[in-house]
Write a protein that binds this ligand. Structure first.
Ligand code: SAM
Length: 287
């Protein structure tokens, strides 16, 4: 699909791209080819596409995959692509919010996603047992955080949460003029696969929920020692009668030293969150 095609379709539908829905349509065939070649689609792949829009990517996916589930929030675009692909049997289009609808089983997610809800999309799609492979166009800034390469400014909550479930494989910058309208941010294509082993603590609902909350609580203090960050986290979560020595002792018992947060490996942070989870529940129940 080219810039001209997209402009023409929008004109015919009497539509303007909706900013609040992050509608930046793909208008560059080189970028489309790159997404498809990175996806290595096999005949038995069951693909989820988040936000198919006008179907530029969708039409390439249905040529190759066994099945494509496309979930689009905009009813007008949904109607348009439902008609456009009405002759294809291997596509199921749902009008709904990717953060709310039931998501059918899929082994690959291939999408140019709505950039503003990248974090919640990751949480819904990838932060679970047996996540799918993901080939996605996302904000470059977030891609750089996921593919953290030693620049500590880029080491953040999403670096750790994402890498707890997924293994980043490759990342490519995508020119802004691949989209209409041209987005205000830089974008990147990422290819990621599920991690071979996900920590059991994260596979329990309460464990995962606590871990993500723990990361959100401690990462703003990534330059502090872990005990100080844990103390602040617990205070923010209603545990105020605290003895720092107590936390230090618990950590020591489990052979954790009081280092700065960024010195811990991901698996260690998961273990630390497990310790704090138990401590938090103990304190909460004794209040
Ligand atoms: N895939 C199309 C393309 O590449 O040309 C459109 C990509 S555009 C960046 C994002 C698409 O996601 C839009 O079609 C938008 O309407 C849709 N969208 C936005 N929020 C959504 C949500 N919560 N659930 C499902 N689709 C959503």
């Amino acid at each position: 699909m080219t810039y001209k095609d997209v402009r023409l379709i929008l004109k015919r539908l009497n539509l303007r791209p909706k900013r609040h829905l992050g509608q930046n349509f793909l208008v560059d065939n080189n970028t489309l080819n790159k997404v498809i070649s990175e996806s290595h689609i096999k005949k038995d792949d069951i693909i989820l596409e988040i936000g198919p829009g006008l179907g530029a990517l969708t039409e390439r996916l249905i040529e190759k995959a066994k099945k494509v589930y496309a979930i689009e929030i905009d009813p007008i675009l949904c109607k348009y692509i439902s008609e456009k692909f009405s002759n294809h049997r291997n596509i199921e289009i749902t009008n709904g919010d990717i953060l709310k609808v039931d998501i059918p089983f899929n082994n690959k997610v291939v999408s140019n996603i709505p950039y503003k809800i990248t974090g919640p999309i990751f949480e819904r799609i990838f932060f679970k047992e047996k996540p799918p492979q993901g080939i996605l166009i996302i904000e470059k800034n977030i891609a750089d955080r996921i593919f953290f390469e030693g620049d500590y400014k880029k080491y953040s909550r999403i670096t750790i949460s994402f890498n707890s479930f997924m293994k980043p494989i490759s990342k490519f910058t995508i020119p802004r003029n691949s989209f209409y309208p041209v987005p205000k941010i830089d974008l990147a294509l990422i290819n990621t696969a599920p991690k071979a082993q996900i920590n059991q603590f994260l596979l329990k609902d309460d464990g995962k929920k606590f871990y993500l909350k723990f990361l959100a609580g401690i990462m703003p203090y990534k330059n502090k020692n872990i005990v100080n960050a844990i103390e602040l986290f617990l205070k923010q979560n209603g545990i105020s009668k605290l003895d720092k020595k107590e936390i230090l002792q618990i950590l020591k018992k489990k052979k954790f030293n009081n280092y700065k947060i960024f010195s811990y490996k991901i698996e260690e942070l998961i273990e630390l969150s497990k310790l704090v989870f138990n401590f938090y529940n103990l304190k909460k129940n004794s209040d």
